[in-house]
Design a protein around this ligand. Structure first.
Ligand SMILES: [Zn+2]
Length: 318
């Protein structure tokens, strides 16, 4: 579990799956509805099902802002024969948490952003005394665009990447072509864009946009299969098939952005509204549909095995 793992051992890898997405401060103060043991047992069942479908590794981008809590993930990992690669970084679409407002970087005095060392230590030393090292960095840019808070986190992520060599995953929104903004900032910070997954690119059917991002070197996260409310199953599958046909299979990764429990929605309604948003959908529905559209087994292997391996295995001090 965590970073420092042998990239050759990753096997079939889903590059963007959460286990729990929670709001810890609310959970501590309003715990009604949360049963820790029940939720752990449920997660273990779901992750065992995923393993039984032939998946060896999930890459979990749950960072601060999404409720990262490694001891809970460790308890699950102990019961499941699955690699879980955990992340460091910070998830915000707007501001930085108040905790960091008065610890801003300052070019005049040479004071660097304290976020950089927090992120880097998660990668090199491990997270909060758990012994688990983060394997990659995560930040977000959504519809508010490049707010001061979003830009600060993204630049800190880039600098921690430069220090450690750990790759980067960015939550982007296709509605404001967030992939392009992300590439601009990361390029300014000297990041090799081939070490960057542009998450949620698969919410777009705009092949010109997607090819431009891939031509600049980045890996496209076709990573929300099952979130059919944002883009339909057919459109998601067709877009991946067209990109494969155009020679882009070495720039794509597949995932669901699913979870075992998320406190953002009533989970009973979620299961009704989004019946395909679960860890099983790619194996059971997406891969057969891709094959029917002419995607080869070699291309599927690139997206599920070789591209994840390449993403994690370049250099790096971790
Ligand atoms: Zn996500």
């Amino acid at each position: 579990m965590g970073g420092g793992l042998d990239s050759a051992a990753l096997g079939t890898t889903y590059m963007h799956e959460h286990i729990f997405v929670l709001t810890p401060e609310l959970l501590q103060n309003y715990p009604a509805g949360w049963d820790e043991e029940e939720r752990l047992a449920d997660a273990i069942t779901k992750l065992r099902e995923l393993k039984a479908l032939g998946v060896d590794t999930i890459v979990d981008p749950t960072v601060v802002g999404l409720g990262r809590y490694i001891p809970r993930v460790q308890r699950i990992h102990d019961q499941v024969d699955l690699n879980i690669v955990v992340a460091t970084g910070l998830y915000t679409y707007n501001d930085i948490p108040f905790r960091f407002h008065h610890y801003a970087p300052d070019a005049d005095s040479g004071r660097e952003d304290p976020l950089i060392q927090l992120f880097a230590k998660d990668i090199t030393e491990g997270i909060a005394g758990t012994g688990v090292k983060a394997g990659f960095l995560k930040c977000a840019i959504d519809e508010p665009g490049l707010t001061p808070g979003v830009e600060r986190v993204m630049r800190a992520v880039a600098r921690a990447h430069r220090l450690t060599g750990a790759p980067i995953t960015v939550h982007t929104s296709v509605r404001n072509e967030g992939g392009k903004l992300t590439q601009r900032i990361l390029r300014e910070e000297g990041v090799d864009l081939s070490r960057v997954v542009l998450g949620h690119s698969g919410d777009s059917t705009d092949l010109d946009y997607l090819r431009a991002l891939a031509d600049a070197g980045s890996i496209l996260g076709m990573d929300r299969f099952g979130l059919d409310s944002i883009l339909s199953f057919d459109d998601r599958v067709a877009t991946v098939a067209k990109l494969c046909e155009g020679g882009y299979a070495d720039r794509l990764v597949l995932s669901h952005d699913a979870n075992c429990y998320i406190d953002w929605f009533p989970n009973d309604l979620l299961a009704l509204a989004l019946p395909n948003w679960n860890y099983r959908h790619i194996s059971q529905d997406v891969l057969p549909a891709l094959r029917a559209r002419g995607v080869s087994d070699a291309q599927i292997r690139l997206m599920l095995v070789d591209n994840p391996r390449r993403y994690f295995e370049h250099g790096g001090a971790y």
